[in-house]
Design a binder for this molecule. Structure first.
Ligand SMILES: NC(=O)c1ccc[n+]([C@@H]2O[C@H](COP(=O)([O-])OP(=O)(O)OC[C@H]3O[C@@H](n4cnc5c(N)ncnc54)[C@H](OP(=O)(O)O)[C@@H]3O)[C@@H](O)[C@H]2O)c1
Length: 342
């Protein structure tokens, strides 16, 4: 059992939020272990090994949500946390309920309190380091939901609060105003209790948060957790256009993952590969994609998702890859991604 810490040899530490929370610059997105990707439910033991490996190399921010599975992702993390709680920074989410065919928001204070207790039980811990509002409930003023979350901090069940942004999936992927709703929510909740982190999509092919959300974080010392930093796997260059996805894989319905759009977006992968080669034959496009995310600001934490041990190790090593000005300029000149939800 990988119980001992080799820790922090590879992964730089960064500080986020007013409370100065220190975490590895690369975390581990745990969603693919239980949700959204092909084969998610068949790799329990490998997933557990992957979490151990991430902790061993200093990727201590483990990002999950009660809705992943639903519930099974937190249960899986609980198997690791009961042995290694002190090695991990536990980041989970509340506010979305999964039905047979749909997902609905629930931001009622009583629900938030019950959901937190249930997450604590599944995670086999007595405190959540970062509790994030997954989606605001249109039926409940966001201040009420956030107030209930703040009470959980006062009760010692949670250490800090974060908010997930609705961006890409809210439509108008590249338009101005993509994150206006989020910015309004942030202003409102900030009056109630400090925001320690925002979580939103950020990657080479989805850079919109850079202009809209990152300046807000920078001005306030708020952490930015970059979700989907590998473009749901596309930016790694390991996916073949036209191979298709199983029905339970989000990419089967994602407009950028049709055979046509995957082919059209290959120049982006080719660009990442060119930069990777300059840094050595073992450097991968995935690592360049992550290093680019990390280069966007000191308060950015990348959350690559994987259920495979070797990819977790490879992603951790990206924290040590320093892109040059030339590399960054080259990546910024890559063509904009084609394929949108609009
Ligand atoms: N707040 C939100 O609304 C929200 C939404 C989406 C995601 N998230 C968070 O962000 C995290 C990351 O997003 P994501 O997992 O959807 O997307 P991602 O990190 O962009 O990509 C994940 C995919 O890339 C593959 N992969 C990972 N490392 C690789 C490597 N080195 N080489 C080749 N392939 C690699 C994974 O494969 P395997 O699955 O086979 O390992 C998986 O299919 C999630 O786990 C979740 O914690 C949050």
């Amino acid at each position: 059992m990988a119980g001992q810490r080799e820790v922090h040899e590879q992964v730089e530490r960064r500080t986020i939020g007013a409370g100065g929370l220190a975490v590895g610059a690369v975390g581990l997105g745990c969603m693919p272990m239980s949700w959204a990707y092909s084969g998610s439910r068949q790799r329990g033991d490998e997933s557990v090994r992957t979490v151990h490996r991430a902790l061993d190399v200093g990727c201590d921010l483990l990002d999950t949500a009660d809705m992943y599975g639903p519930f099974t992702n937190e249960l899986l993390l609980g198997r690791v946390l009961r042995e290694r709680r002190r090695d991990a920074f536990v980041s989970t989410k509340v506010g979305l309920l999964v039905g047979e065919q749909h997902v609905v928001a629930n931001g009622r204070p009583g629900y938030v309190r019950r959901a937190c207790d249930a997450s604590l039980r599944r995670l086999q811990t007595d405190v959540i380091d970062l509790y994030q509002l997954h989606r605001a409930d249109p039926e409940v003023p966001v201040e009420e939901t956030w107030g209930a979350m703040a009470d959980l901090v006062r009760a010692g069940k949670v250490r800090a609060l974060g908010l997930c942004a609705v961006g890409a999936r809210g439509g108008r992927r590249s338009g101005a105003g993509l994150y206006d709703t989020t910015l309004r929510q942030l202003q409102r909740v900030q009056q109630v209790f400090p925001v320690s982190a925002i979580q939103a999509e950020l990657s080479v092919w989805s850079p919109e948060a850079l202009r809209a959300l990152l300046p807000w974080c920078e001005a306030r010392g708020v952490g930015f957790l970059a979700a989907m930093p590998l473009g749901n796997g596309f930016l790694t260059g390991t996916l073949t256009p036209g191979e298709g996805f199983e029905r339970d894989d989000v990419r089967a319905r994602h407009p950028r993952f049709t055979a046509e759009m995957m082919a059209a977006n290959q120049p982006i992968v080719a660009g990442l590969r060119r930069v990777a080669r300059r840094h050595g034959e073992h450097v991968t496009p995935a690592q360049v994609a992550l290093a680019w995310v990390l280069a966007q600001g000191r308060q950015v934490i990348a959350l690559p998702g994987t259920k495979r041990e070797h990819w977790a190790a490879q992603n951790a090593a990206a924290a040590g890859l320093r892109l040059t000005e030339q590399d960054l300029a080259e990546v910024s000149r890559l063509p904009a991604a084609q394929g949108s939800w609009d």
